[in-house]
Design a protein around this ligand. Structure first.
Ligand code: SAH
Ligand code: SF4
Ligand code: F3S
Length: 441
């Protein structure tokens, strides 16, 4: 008999993307075949995100599409995975079209739940674990370029930022065995990968202490960097409160650790940061930025910003704008505050900034950021940068795109270069999001 096929759609963060690769590996081992076409699938999985209301809305919209698909193909099974499965639990099963609900720590159970669903019994497993890291599972890479891969080094989060749903959907923080991380990365390099991004909600608090091995994040990063000088190493996300000098000195020692740090600030107002439970002040954040610039002068800094958190005043908002000007972020992900049920903020604070005010503040933040990132990119003009080629440019078959160590996208003429090559490029012009250059060989 032909193997049954599964199709998987992924929403949310890179960790979810990597989890879908773990799910694909588990399903393949159990004898199922991955398909890229929803219409030929025997089962559809949707890996979901709860971070903001609109992330959840998108998933409800997709479930409506799957409902139609199920009408066409009545044997079709639908499984909801990930953070929304964890948050809403049984509510999905009551929806009728959903056959399986599986939380982020229960993916090993998926083949069993599929078998039960095939027998007509709806299945749910949303147990969170204190140990699961899927350390032994080699993710099925779905990125396709074969150059750049994500590697989870930890799961969960212990930080309890007041606005955030992640500690509830992903459970407690746990680090993955260093040997399994290093093994996975060595294999990736042998397969031709030239860049890995180490993933966790707060990678700086990575910690392994057992089997006679004691390792913090800086030490793990050093071991990864030593695998091969041709392997670029990135990591995300760093929490400002845990950004150590040791880590910066380790980065300085290895040119293959990329000169880019994602350091979400959330707000430039110390009053807001305290309400958000971020455990640093504006001054501490700026001091960390100064330290990065001192130890690693050529490093790009990106951030996340939330507009309109509970009780935010015009003064608080202006503090965010002034901090942005002071730092000059190279890249930023900017959001309106979206209250998530059961978080600290939902239980104890009032979501009292009117929606139109949130939008106005966000737009102001975005406009300022576009101006600042254009300024930052203009400083790149005339520089020579090493670019790792990732693929053909979306706009032209005659051009390639890749990234600099600073994580800036560069577009340049194709010549004879191939995906996975390192090319020296001189930057000639830029927009606020992209650099354009010419190869220097
Ligand atoms: N672990 C990372 C970020 C995880 S979520 C960190 O600590 O920085 C990614 C970003 O989504 C956050 O940095 C924050 O800016 C945003 N975010 C999280 N919860 C949100 C909410 N309820 N409303 C709006 N934005 C939110
Ligand atoms: Fe959420 Fe804060 Fe944890 Fe990031 S560090 S995942 S924002 S609780
Ligand atoms: Fe979303 Fe869960 Fe990631 S809520 S941002 S998918 S950890």
């Amino acid at each position: 008999m032909e193997n049954k096929t599964f199709y998987i759609e992924t929403y949310g963060c890179q960790m979810n993307v990597n989890d879908s690769e773990v799910v694909a590996a588990i399903m393949k081992t159990a004898g199922y075949r991955l398909t890229e076409r929803m219409t030929e699938a025997d089962m559809i999985f949707i890996n979901t995100c709860s971070i903001r209301e609109n992330a959840e809305q998108r998933v409800w919209g997709r479930l409506d599409v799957f409902r139609l698909e199920k009408r066409r193909n009545p044997g079709l099974l639908v499984g909801v995975l990930g953070c929304m499965a964890e948050r809403l639990k049984k509510q999905f099963l009551e929806k009728g079209i959903v056959d399986m609900v599986v939380g982020p720590d229960a993916y090993r159970e998926l083949p069993l739940l599929v078998a039960e669903a095939e027998a007509g019994q709806k299945g749910i497993n949303v147990l969170l674990s204190c140990e699961e890291t899927y350390a032994d599972i080699s993710p099925v890479r779905m990125d396709k370029n074969g150059v750049s891969a994500f590697v989870s080094i930890m799961r969960g989060c212990n930080n309890m930022c007041a606005y955030c749903v992640v500690p509830y959907t992903r459970g407690a923080e746990r680090s993955r065995h260093p040997e399994s991380i290093l093994r996975e990365i060595r294999e990736l390099f042998a397969q031709g990968y030239r860049e890995v991004t180490l993933l966790g909600q707060n990678v700086n608090s990575y910690s392994w202490a057992s089997d006679a091995v004691n390792l913090n994040f800086a030490q793990l990063l050093e071991q990864v960097a030593q695998i091969n000088p041709l392997l670029r190493v990135r990591f995300a996300t760093s929490h400002p409160k845990d950004m150590s000098d040791e880590l910066l000195f380790t980065m300085a020692k290895y040119p293959n650790i990329c000169r880019h740090i994602h350091l979400p600030v959330q707000s430039g107002s110390t009053r807001m940061l305290e309400l958000m439970n971020r455990k640093y002040t504006r001054e501490i954040y700026l001091e960390r930025i100064a330290k990065i610039r001192e130890i690693l002068p050529d490093t790009a800094i990106s951030t996340d910003i939330i507009a309109g958190f509970c009780t935010e005043s015009l003064d608080d908002h202006n503090d965010t704008l002034s901090l942005m000007k002071e730092v000059g972020f190279d890249q930023a992900f900017m959001f309106q505050y979206s209250e998530r049920p059961n978080t600290k903020a939902a239980r104890h604070l009032k979501d009292d900034v009117p929606p139109e005010e949130k939008t106005r503040c966000l737009n102001e933040i975005i406009a300022l950021h576009n101006k600042l990132s254009l300024q930052a990119n203009k400083k790149e003009i005339g520089q020579q940068r090493e670019v790792l080629v990732e693929g053909l440019s979306k706009r032209s078959d005659e051009a390639l795109f890749g990234r600099t160590s600073q994580n800036k996208v560069v577009i340049f003429p194709k010549k004879d270069y191939r995906i996975g090559d390192y090319v020296q490029v001189r930057i000639e012009r830029c927009s606020s999001a992209t650099l354009f250059g010419v190869p220097l060989d």
